[in-house]
Design a protein around this ligand. Structure first.
Ligand code: GLN
Length: 428
C-alpha cells in the first residue's frame, strides 16, 4: 500500500510499487505484459486489489479515505466496496484522516464481499466513530421501501426485470466526457448502463454542482487531519527514532520525522500543518469544511430516502422526485503506466497536491484521478466500484461506481449482485 494510505498509484511505498496483474488481455495472460507496459495496481490499497485480482484470495480488506478501495479495484478489474462511514469498526486501522477513514472490502464476486460485510458490520465500542445501534436500526426503517422495491412487491415480470422501479441518477457534473481520458472508458460504461435499463432500472440525469470542488476540499481536510493524527510519530512515544547526537535537542524531532516518513507523507504533513495554522485556517480549513457540507447536502437532496443520520429525524417517507442510487465512472482512465507514476515522474517534491500552479501533468493527474471517488467519501456514503468491462482502446479494466444513501449498503450490494447474475447469463 501507499505509506499511511496517501496515494492513488501505489508508488509511495518504501517497498516499491504494486504491479497490476489484470493485464490488457485477462489475468491468466498478464505475464505477456512487457516492462514498459506495466501498469500500477492503484492506491492506496493496491496490494489488496492485486491479491484479489490475481486469485490469491477471495476477499481482502482495504482502507478507503478518499477512494483507496474503489480506485485500485477499478484498475484491477474487481469489486471494491467502501461501506457507509461508521458501519465497519476502524479499531486496529492506522489513522490517516479520521473523519473520512473507512475499512473497505474487495472481492471478485459480490456474494463473498457481501458475506464479509455482513459479518463485520456491527457497533464496536472500541471505535469512537462506530455507528450506534439506533442509527443502524433507523437505516433499516428508512430503506425499507427500497428493499421492498428490490424484493419485487410490484408483481409480475420481476424475475425478468429485477431492477424494476429502481431509479438511478447519473450526475453530469462528474460524468463530463471531456474529463475522461478517452471514449474507450465510456464504452464499457455505456454497456453497463444498457444492462441496468434492460433489468428495469430507470436512469435520469442529476446535478452535483459542488462535486468538482471536492478534490481541493478533500486534500486540505485529509492533510490537516493527517498532520494531527501523525503528530504521535515523534520517535519518543511512537515510531522510528533518529540516532541522538550529543548536544542536539530540537533537531532530533525534525530528523526523526524526516527519516521516518516518505516524501509524499512529509509533503502532506507540511500542507496540513499549514492549513491549520492561524493565518491560513479561515482560507483553507474552514472553506474546505464548507465545501464538504455543500457536497453532503447536494447528495442528500438527490436521494429518494432521507438520511437516517439527519437530526431531527425526518419522516421515513420517500421523496417523489428522488433517485435510489447514483452511478458514475470509478476513474477517469484505465490504470496508468507505472513509468508515468514513479515518484520522480509524479513530482513528489513539487508544489501542493491541488495547487493550480502545479503544472506537471503526471503530478496533477495522480490527484485528479480521485475526483470521482471523493463526493461519497466527503459525505460518508456507501460506494461500490463494479467492473464494467475492458477499454476498447487499451484492453485494461474499467470500473463503474454505484453510490447509495447512508446505510443503504446492502441495497447497493443487492443491485450489483443482480447485474452480476444478468451479465453471467449474457456471457453464456
Ligand atoms: N488518493 C487519496 C489520497 O491520497 C485517497 C487515499 C485513501 O483513500 N487512503 O489521499
Amino acid at each position: 500500500m501507499d505509506e499511511f494510505g496517501m496515494g492513488s498509484a501505489n508508488v509511495h511505498s518504501h517497498f516499491g510499487p504494486v504491479l497490476n496483474p489484470a493485464g490488457p488481455v485477462g489475468i491468466d495472460q498478464s505475464l505477456a505484459v512487457s516492462a514498459e507496459e506495466q501498469r500500477v495496481a492503484g492506491g492506496s490499497s493496491g496490494g489488496s486489489a492485486a491479491a484479489v485480482a490475481a486469485g490469491l484470495c477471495d476477499v481482502a480488506l482495504a482502507s478507503d479515505t478518499g477512494g483507496s478501495t474503489r480506485l485500485p479495484a477499478s484498475y484491477c478489474g474487481i469489486l471494491g466496496f467502501k461501506p457507509s462511514y461508521g458501519l465497519l469498526s476502524r479499531h486496529g486501522l492506522v489513522a490517516y484522516a479520521s473523519s473520512l477513514d473507512t475499512v473497505g472490502i474487495m472481492a471478485r464476486e459480490v456474494e463473498p464481499l457481501r458475506r464479509a460485510f455482513v459479518s463485520a458490520s456491527a457497533y464496536d465500542s472500541k471505535d469512537p466513530t462506530s455507528a450506534p445501534t439506533f442509527a443502524r436500526t433507523r437505516a433499516d426503517e428508512v430503506h425499507l421501501a427500497l428493499r421492498e422495491r428490490l424484493a419485487g412487491r410490484e408483481g409480475a415480470g420481476v424475475r425478468e426485470r429485477p431492477l424494476q422501479g429502481v431509479r438511478i441518477g447519473v450526475p453530469a457534473d462528474i460524468f463530463p466526457t471531456s474529463l475522461l481520458s478517452s471514449s474507450s472508458v465510456l464504452d464499457p460504461i455505456r454497456t453497463f448502463l444498457r444492462t441496468l435499463v434492460s433489468l428495469g432500472a430507470s436512469l435520469s440525469s442529476v446535478r452535483l454542482p459542488s462535486a468538482p470542488l471536492g478534490l481541493s476540499a478533500y486534500y486540505v481536510l485529509a492533510s490537516a487531519e493527517a498532520s494531527s493524527n501523525l503528530a504521535r510519530y515523534d520517535g519518543v512515544q511512537f515510531g522510528h527514532r533518529a540516532e541522538e547526537k550529543v548536544g542536539e535537542k530540537e533537531q532530533l524531532y525534525a530528523r526523526t520525522r524526516t527519516e521516518g516518513f516518505g516524501k509524499e507523507v512529509r509533503k502532506r504533513l507540511l500542507l496540513g500543518t499549514f492549513a491549520l495554522s492561524a493565518d491560513a485556517f479561515d482560507n483553507y480549513y474552514l472553506q474546505a469544511q464548507r465545501v464538504r457540507r455543500l457536497i453532503q447536502l447536494e447528495l442528500d437532496d438527490l436521494f429518494r430516502s432521507p438520511s437516517p443520520l439527519a437530526t431531527p429525524a425526518p419522516p421515513a417517507a420517500q421523496r417523489h422526485d428522488g433517485v435510489d442510487f447514483i452511478l458514475h465512472p470509478s476513474a477517469m482512465s484505465t490504470a496508468p503506466l507505472l513509468a508515468s507514476c514513479s515518484p520522480a515522474a509524479s513530482g513528489s517534491t513539487s508544489t501542493s497536491p491541488a495547487s493550480p500552479a502545479d503544472t506537471e501533468p503526471a503530478s496533477r493527474s495522480a490527484y485528479v484521478q480521485d475526483l470521482l471517488s471523493l463526493p461519497a467519501s466527503l459525505a460518508g456514503l456507501p460506494a461500490l466500484s463494479i467492473p464494467a468491462g475492458r477499454s476498447t482502446d487499451d484492453g485494461w479494466p474499467v470500473g463503474v461506481t454505484l453510490v447509495g444513501q447512508w446505510g443503504a449498503d446492502s441495497e447497493v450490494l443487492e443491485v450489483a449482485q443482480r447485474v452480476e447474475a444478468a451479465r453471467a447469463v449474457e456471457q453464456q
